[in-house]
Ligand binder design. Structure first.
Ligand code: FE2
Ligand code: FE2
Length: 480
């Protein structure tokens, strides 16, 4: 079978030979109406009849895997696509290092694998739910299209995880697949599994921050799972990563364009002090200190997704060969980590300091460290834009102890520099660090839709290049 070719004939496009797998095919076809109901209830609000210029995965060949065309979102072909198998792939970390990768679920790791797949799966529909109301305030048709692209692909990522559940986990898998359609982001009774996926995405700056910071957590988790000794999971995640890159592109360039517009407006108005917030806001753009506060919020919420710094679950998953480190295959050590240590930031005697910790227990911390490095590279590119205007301001990631709800620092209050604060000091300074109600009101006041081709809301500049090399005046969404 040519793995790069996708079978588009049936209800569910796939490159996993569903046609020869009656049981799984039927299970997925049974799940399909529930998924469509979920999409109609919880997917993008409005615009379901509109024609959106979307890319659809039609192959897993890295050189040309997507095609672009106008599609109504409910008619998007959500498919099951795995990256090509690597002939003779072996497990390259943990206690099974060197053994052939598993093509089926090893009984002893069944529960652990199911849990990881369900947690990953749960984040995919959650973000669609969080973003569902944003279409109506889109700052341009270009941005609206990008939002919907991200949304349909998160939907496909849900399919990716549901395929694994239905194919490899029998009745339990089927029940988990159902439950993934039942939970709802932010719901008091049936919330999504992870905190950041129950927060609101109230406006477009939050959307860009979310796709920059939180989709990047997704990237880190997928990179770690792509290392898995369970080969179908590895191949699924490898293909998801191709799509994920666009989500982070949307976030990074989105924030860049907001910054760009702010700096341009400041320059035109002759404002050199970034802290002249009221003056800057009168220009209809978002002042840099408020952009910083949004970054503080989304960065800190996302750090919580990495879980406890010291974690037996993470150690067990690594030891078992189920979840590796970020780009494990490129690391140069014994890939077993017995007897080695890793520095973990901890609270010791009221001070934040590094403590050497058994490396196996510190894997969450390590993945989070890799994540922070990756974030910083993007933040550096934002700062280049500000610098090019000669404005004395730099976006900075807050200290990892800032505004945490999970792990080592959840019990304390810290400022953005990692300085410990009393509850009273925190209460006094909170609005310097995080968006205040009046910041939120201001941003909301800017969220005026701009649905004419090649026009952009006051607070964001045009992109440098179009999607699929389309010219500026291209109508990315034909609103119906
Ligand atoms: Fe995703
Ligand atoms: Fe994503």
């Amino acid at each position: 079978m040519n793995i790069a070719a996708v079978d588009y004939d049936g209800l569910i496009p796939n490159n996993v030979a569903l046609g020869q797998d009656e049981r799984v095919k039927r299970a997925l076809e049974k799940w399909h109406p529930g998924y469509i109901n979920w999409w109609n209830d919880m997917g993008p609000e409005g615009f379901q009849e509109s024609l959106v210029y979307l890319r659809t995965a039609v192959s897993v060949d890295p050189k040309g895997w997507a095609k672009f065309d106008y599609v109504r979102m409910p008619e998007y072909r959500w498919g099951v696509l795995l990256a090509p198998a690597h002939e003779g792939r072996t497990i390259h970390f943990g206690r099974h290092k060197g053994e052939p990768a598993w093509q089926d679920v090893p009984g002893e790791y069944r529960a652990m694998l199911r849990r990881l797949i369900v947690i990953q799966g749960d984040t995919e529909p959650a973000s669609v739910e969080q973003q569902r109301h944003l279409g109506k305030t889109a700052p341009s048709l270009y941005d609206m299209r990008n939002l919907f692209q991200v949304n349909v692909e998160e939907g496909r990522h849900l399919w990716a995880m549901v395929y694994l559940l239905q194919k490899y986990f029998g009745t339990d898998g089927r029940e988990e697949a159902e439950a993934l359609l039942q939970r709802r982001s932010g719901d008091a009774d049936t919330p999504r599994m992870l905190g950041a996926f129950n927060e609101k995405t109230p406006d477009w700056l939050s959307f860009f921050m979310f796709t920059f910071f939180t989709d990047r957590d997704g990237k880190m988790q997928l990179e770690a799972l792509a290392q898995s000794g369970f080969d179908p999971l590895s191949r699924t995640c490898r293909f998801m990563l191709t799509e994920e890159a666009h989500h982070m592109f949307v976030g990074e360039t989105g924030v860049t364009r907001v910054i760009q517009r702010t700096c341009e407006a400041m320059k035109e108005a002759g404002i050199t002090d970034p802290n002249e917030i009221e003056k800057v806001r009168k220009l209809g753009v978002i002042d840099l200190p408020t952009i910083q506060k949004k970054a503080n919020l989304h960065f800190s919420l996302t750090l919580d997704l990495f879980g406890n710094e010291i974690s037996t679950n993470a150690a067990n998953a690594f030891h078992a060969g189920i979840k590796g480190r970020y780009r494990e295959d490129r690391l140069k050590d014994d890939h077993q980590l017995e007897g080695t240590t890793y520095p973990v930031l901890r609270l010791v005697d009221g001070k934040i300091q590094n403590v050497e910790t058994p490396a196996l227990s510190a894997l969450n911390m390590r993945l989070r460290d890799d994540y922070v490095v990756d974030c910083n590279a993007g933040v550096g590119r934002w700062n280049k834009v500000i610098e090019s205007f000669g404005i004395p301001f730099q976006i900075k990631l807050p200290n990892v102890a800032f505004h945490r709800h999970i792990g080592e620092f959840s019990s304390i209050k810290a400022g953005v520099d990692g300085n410990l604060l009393s509850d009273a000091e925190w209460a006094k300074r909170r609005n310097d660090y995080l968006p205040s109600d009046s910041d939120k009101d201001f941003i909301e006041s800017l969220m005026q839709p701009q649905f004419e081709p090649n026009k952009f809301a006051s607070w964001i500049s045009a992109p440098k290049v179009g999607i699929d090399n389309k010219p500026g005046e291209f109508e990315y969404v034909k609103i119906a």
